[in-house]
Design a protein around this ligand. Structure first.
Ligand SMILES: Cc1cc2nc3c(=O)[nH]c(=O)nc-3n(C[C@H](O)[C@H](O)[C@H](O)COP(=O)(O)OP(=O)(O)OC[C@H]3O[C@@H](n4cnc5c(N)ncnc54)[C@H](O)[C@@H]3O)c2cc1C
Length: 462
């Protein structure tokens, strides 16, 4: 047994909130200007920007459970500038300038989230202390150095990204086995559920109607069909990310990839002193099955990783409960990185799904002829990207050509995933290979990136 005190219950981020949801379900047919399907960051940011731009628009959000039930209420709280689409792919279609513009748009989106939260009174424990990436072992060190070199080639200066040798890294945080690191100032820590709850309350105040406990079964041009009635609309935006396969005809669109997190009890001062993580930087490693961690506002470590990557038939978890083996693996990794946490109880564990397109490239798009739009496929980088998506969807819905609508990811489409059981076999194989590659590299057998990881990336189409 893993020894976790509570597994599931959506996520740790909801502990302490007395009530989840409670907004009325849809009861009967209605007609609106814009119907938004899914009450996570993507749908709520789109609703926010549309309503701020055109208060007269009738906008409705249709949510199966409650706003923030999905990844937006469960994630690792990295408001980061990572963008999923490979730069080479964007360069092919939009040149160097397009790639740079996309990167700048991501960084601007971080400041935009922080600014809107401040202006609109959303308290989400946001602290912009950047992101520390640590490399453990020669293969990870080489990979991190190559990633830094690539970022430099794309224009990152030392103000954007700082290489840290062992002493410089140790001065910030002591991670067992880490030989080097890199720090980017462009990222911020958030409390995910506070942000998504705050957004839902905000858009409701602005006059957006939110129907919770309302399942959309199908989207067709001009309508979202739900279990409580049909919503007719000029524009219907599908904002379901990892839940997209729940729609009729979309079963093979984005693969719902699972990610899981454990959170410790608050760490005693002596443990924090030993670790030395006195800032509130986000922290990740350079493994293939990488981990992502944050120091929470109440002094815990919340650390996530891939776990069991995919459930047969694109199924999702039940209320965030994750497998015992995943909890055990994450706990071992936590203790491995921070031996001083060995006696600190693991208070919580949970999981959720994020959306992965067949080509691992994110998208935001609207077909003006059908009025159907979508955004997602963020591949684990959705906290910031969803804000960019919300503003871009606003411009696309309003028919305005802006800097945002000219970015490389706008209008992108990918082919569908393979039918089952190929999808399941492929996902298991890919993550099995990544894990095996990490094990080999950690065991010291491979000073370079393992051939197993290269095979996995090839197989995955990355
Ligand atoms: C464990 C975990 C950790 C992560 N960590 C990070 C991180 O640190 N940084 C980062 O950038 N990204 C992270 N991500 C990814 C990020 O959280 C997501 O990409 C982002 O929240 C997606 O937002 P969304 O609004 O598009 O989708 P979601 O937040 O998933 O919202 C979709 C909503 O649709 C609802 N829904 C589902 N089916 C239906 C239906 N048929 N009809 C109506 N409503 C429906 C769901 O209940 C849900 O509320 C993480 C994801 C997970 C799972």
């Amino acid at each position: 047994m893993s020894g976790v005190r509570r597994n599931g219950g959506i996520s740790f981020w909801y502990d302490g909130f007395a009530e989840l949801g409670g907004r009325p379900r849809l009861n009967g047919d209605r007609r609106v200007d814009v119907a938004i399907v899914g009450g996570g960051y993507t749908g709520l940011w789109a609703a926010y920007y549309l309503k701020r731009a055109r208060p007269e628009l009738d906008v409705v959000v249709l949510e199966r459970e409650f706003c923030g039930f999905g990844a937006s209420g469960r994630n690792g709280g990295w408001l980061s500038d990572h963008f999923s689409t490979p730069r080479a792919a964007m360069e092919r279609t939009h040149g160097r300038a397009g790639v740079v513009a996309q990167q700048q748009a991501m960084r601007a989106s971080i400041d935009e989230v922080i600014a809107v939260a401040a202006q609109e009174g959303i308290e989400a424990d946001i602290v912009k202390h950047g992101l520390l990436t640590v490399a453990r072992g020669p293969a990870q060190e080489r990979r991190l150095a190559a990633a830094v070199a690539e970022d430099r080639a794309w224009g990152d200066t030392h103000a954007d990204l700082l290489e840290l040798d062992r002493p410089a890294l140790d001065a910030r945080v002591t991670v067992a086995g880490a030989g080097s690191g890199a720090w980017s100032p462009h990222c911020a820590r958030i409390q995910p559920a506070k942000l998504v709850r705050g957004l839902a309350e905000l858009v409701a105040r602005l006059g957006v109607t939110i129907h919770e406990s309302t399942t959309v079964t199908e989207i067709v041009p001009g309508a979202a069909i739900t279990d409580g009635g049909t919503v007719r609309a000029d524009v219907v935006l599908s904002c379901l990310e990892g839940f997209t396969a729940s729609l009729k005809g979309r079963e093979r669109a984005w693969l719902p990839l699972n990610s899981a997190i454990v959170a410790t009890d608050p760490l005693p001062d002596r443990v924090w002193e030993e670790i030395g993580w006195s800032g509130e930087e986000l922290l990740g490693d350079a493994a293939h099955a990488y981990c992502y961690a944050q120091r929470t506002a109440d002094g815990r470590i919340a650390m996530g990783g891939r776990g069991v990557p995919y459930r047969f038939g694109s199924r999702t978890d039940v209320n965030g409960a994750t497998q015992e083996t995943t909890i055990a693996q994450l706990t071992v990794l936590l203790h491995d990185l921070f031996p001083a946490t060995a006696d600190v109880p693991i208070a919580r564990a949970w999981c959720g799904v994020l959306g992965v397109p067949r080509d691992w490239a994110s998208t935001v798009r609207l077909d003006p002829t059908t009025g159907l739009g979508t955004a997602g496929g963020y591949v684990g980088n959705g906290v910031t990207t969803a804000n960019l998506a919300g503003r871009t969807l606003r411009d696309l819905v309003l028919g305005e050509q802006t800097e945002l609508t000219g970015l490389p990811w706008v209008g992108h489409t990918a082919r569908d995933w393979e039918p089952e059981p190929l999808r399941w076999i492929g996902a298991r194989l890919v993550y099995g290979l990544y894990r095996a590659a990490d094990r080999r590299e950690q065991a010291g057998g491979e000073p370079r990136t393992s051939a197993l990881a290269k095979a996995a990336s090839l197989l995955a189409g990355r």
